[in-house]
Design a protein around this ligand. Structure first.
Ligand SMILES: *Cc1c(COP(=O)(O)O)cnc(C)c1O
Length: 363
């Protein structure tokens, strides 16, 4: 089973736009854990966590995620979108203030708006702009200010300047939350994500969120933090309370994936070699990539029409790279969001580079 093979346009293509960065979605051990758990527990959790949906696989996964992230506790959510929306009902209140990077994931921006709190968007990856906005917006007595950022930005592939954000938050007494959907499992020597790369410790980022549907190849998400934070979420987060728990088999598969990312560091090493090869090749061919060190390597083409046409040409050549257009990205920055995976062969990458270089709009 090849996780990069995808059926598109009536033929088998190579997928260069999935988030299965480590190729784990087809891993035999994870599939076996999934199947064994289906045979043991059935297909569905049957109820929400607080009723009877929370079983031994969920419990064990939460403990293992807490341990892996170096935090007292972790709480599972059915999707990353729901984990992030929990901010709106649990973490910030109407009287609070929330500050978000302009390019944060849609689920975080939605949470900020839905919360009814004072909502501020700071310039992308700019601790200076954040600081100015924090200075201009003092918290009412007894109320919080929460700063929220993607760890790795989903459409640009660059990383948040964590150390600088931490310094600003500490100076201004604000909480920092990091959404590490694209960092968890894949960034850092041990796969501990953006915080490992940014050399940040748990206390400096009191709210850590990541998803299981990307590098781990399964489905779902979690928030990790202090026991107080997790208790608070269990009692207040509407997107935790009022929804069916993940199927136990998904939790079991995620446990297997979590073991694999710890045991198979070669997956990250091979991915990093792919990233380097792709960037080196692109530079030689005169392709202007964004300054990203992650598996997300976007090629900005500009208009929606040019980008869609380029995607169609690539599809004809056997590569699936869907066009990313507004409103997902700002107008005039439509792009091919190319993502690399451990499961790609180096020859796939070389052939993709050739196809990109042949695009009239690319250089
Ligand atoms: C994918 C993603 C999410 C949503 O996660 P799902 O589990 O797919 O709902 C949240 N934040 C970021 C940064 C993402 O890339």
């Amino acid at each position: 089973m090849n996780p990069t093979a995808v059926w598109a346009n009536g033929r088998e293509c190579i997928n260069f736009c999935s988030n299965d960065y480590l190729g784990l979605s087809a891993h035999p051990e994870i599939r076996a854990a999934f199947v064994a758990a289906v045979n043991r527990y059935g297909t569905g959790a049957g109820a929400s966590h607080l009723v009877t949906g929370h079983g031994p696989e969920h419990e064990a996964l939460e403990e293992e995620l807490a341990q892996f992230t170096g935090r007292p506790r972790a709480l599972l959510f059915s999707t990353g979108y729901m984990a992030n929306l929990s901010i709106a009902s649990a973490i910030v209140r109407r009287e609070d203030q929330i500050f978000e990077d302009r390019l944060n994931h849609a689920s975080l921006l939605d949470a900020g708006r839905l919360s009814g709190a004072g909502f501020h968007r700071y310039a992308h990856a700019s601790p200076d702009d954040l600081l100015q906005r924090l200075i201009a917006t003092a918290a009412a007595p007894g109320h919080r200010r929460v700063v929220v950022t993607d760890g790795v930005f989903s459409m640009d592939g660059d990383m948040a300047p964590l150390k600088e954000l931490i310094a600003v938050c500490s100076e201004q007494d604000a909480w920092l939350m990091v959404d590490d959907a694209h960092g968890f499992g894949v960034m850092g020597k041990h796969g501990r994500g953006s915080l490992e790369v940014g050399d940040a410790d748990a206390a400096e980022v009191p709210i850590y969120m990541a998803t299981l549907g990307k590098a781990l190849g399964t489905f779902g998400a979690f928030i990790a933090g202090s026991a107080t934070l997790i208790d608070f979420l269990i009692n207040r987060a509407r997107t935790y309370i009022y929804t069916t728990a993940l199927p136990p088999a998904v939790a079991a598969a995620s446990r297997a994936a979590l073991r694999l990312i710890q045991r198979e560091a070669w997956r990250r090493e091979r991915l990093n070699a792919h990233i380097e090869r792709f960037r080196r090749g692109a530079a030689q061919l005169g392709l202007k990539l964004l300054p990203s060190q992650s598996a997300i390597q976007p090629l900005i083409l500009g208009t929606e029409e040019t980008t869609s046409a380029a995607s169609a040409v690539l599809l004809d050549a056997g590569f699936l790279v869907t066009p990313i257009r507004p409103p997902t990205v700002p107008a005039g920055t439509s792009r091919l969001r190319i993502t690399l995976s451990t499961a790609h062969e180096t020859a796939d990458i070389d052939r993709l580079l050739e196809a990109l270089a042949a695009l009239p709009a690319a250089s």
